[in-house]
Design a protein around this ligand. Structure first.
Ligand SMILES: CC(C)(COP(=O)(O)OP(=O)(O)OC[C@H]1O[C@@H](n2cnc3c(N)ncnc32)[C@H](O)[C@@H]1O)[C@@H](O)C(=O)NCCC(=O)NCCS
Ligand SMILES: Nc1ncnc2c1ncn2[C@@H]1O[C@H](COP(=O)(O)OP(=O)(O)OP(=O)(O)O)[C@@H](O)[C@H]1O
Length: 198
């Protein structure tokens, strides 16, 4: 089964995918792939430098993620430019990783922008991790040291909560404790396994 996993920034997707991995799922993480395709010295990073200038590199030749984030989350056309470079490269890697998975695997695609992509219907089921925007902001400020403004800019760059909930087969409410989350994820994984068997 191919499962889409999504949720707003800092909703808890990585935490959920970590639990699913412990429960035996194969996880394909789009954020991780989006980092790999612009690694130091990669053709992807070369293209980002052509578009945004060498000032987005650190002294070590890595992409300065904070600098690029400050540019693209303040300016939608710039964000589209970055996405037009990164997304096709990520998609290529997703296809290659999927080919490596076996038929019995529960393959979970952690895709932050699944609602925006229009690809939700290509999955057998979609899990949406849901928290209200106040909780997203609180967790970004608490755990990432971002300002409230930075956190709000990232939320504003994404689909609204209702648009994400509209693509959900399963909603995972993550306003409770991490123990509550683990219990709900385990329930959803069991339902997915019984669907796969039927
Ligand atoms: C702008 C960048 C350099 C900022 O890096 P940073 O380390 O601060 O964030 P990171 O990559 O870990 O992403 C954290 C979260 O931000 C949100 N986010 C990232 N990119 C985007 C985007 N283009 N639009 C809306 N939200 C986004 C997602 O919720 C993601 O889970 C980076 O996010 C990036 O390269 N974005 C473009 C690629 C992309 O769209 N990735 C998202 C899924 S493929
Ligand atoms: N139920 C919870 N209670 C408290 N903190 C939580 C809970 N779930 C997740 N967190 C914390 O909130 C932060 C965001 O979670 P996580 O990194 O899993 O979100 P994400 O959706 O993957 O984020 P991103 O969109 O940036 O990839 C993390 O610091 C995580 O430890």
């Amino acid at each position: 089964m191919r499962i889409g996993l999504t949720g707003g920034v800092a909703s808890g997707k990585s935490t959920v995918s970590g639990i699913l991995r412990e429960l035996g799922a194969v996880v394909i993480d789009a954020d991780l792939l989006a980092r790999e395709v612009v690694e130091k010295g990669s053709p992807g990073l070369e293209r980002v430098v052509e578009a945004f200038g060498p000032e987005i590199l650190t002294v070590d030749g890595e992409m300065d993620r904070a600098k690029v984030g400050a540019i693209v989350f303040a300016d939608e056309p710039q964000r589209r430019v970055l996405e037009s470079i990164v997304h096709p490269l990520v998609f290529e890697r997703i296809v290659a990783l999927e080919e490596a998975a076996t038929e019995d695997d529960l393959v979970v695609h952690d895709i932050p922008l699944l609602a925006e992509s229009g690809r939700a219907a290509t999955f057998d089921a979609v899990i949406v991790v849901d928290v209200p925007p106040e909780v997203q902001v609180e967790r970004m400020v608490r755990d990432r040291g971002w300002t409230r403004e930075e956190a709000e800019a990232r939320i504003a760059a994404q689909a609204g909560r209702e648009d994400r909930l509209a693509i959900a087969t399963y909603v995972i409410d993550n306003t409770g404790t991490l123990d509550d989350l683990r219990q709900r994820v385990t329930e959803v994984a069991e339902e997915l396994r019984s669907r796969a068997e039927s």
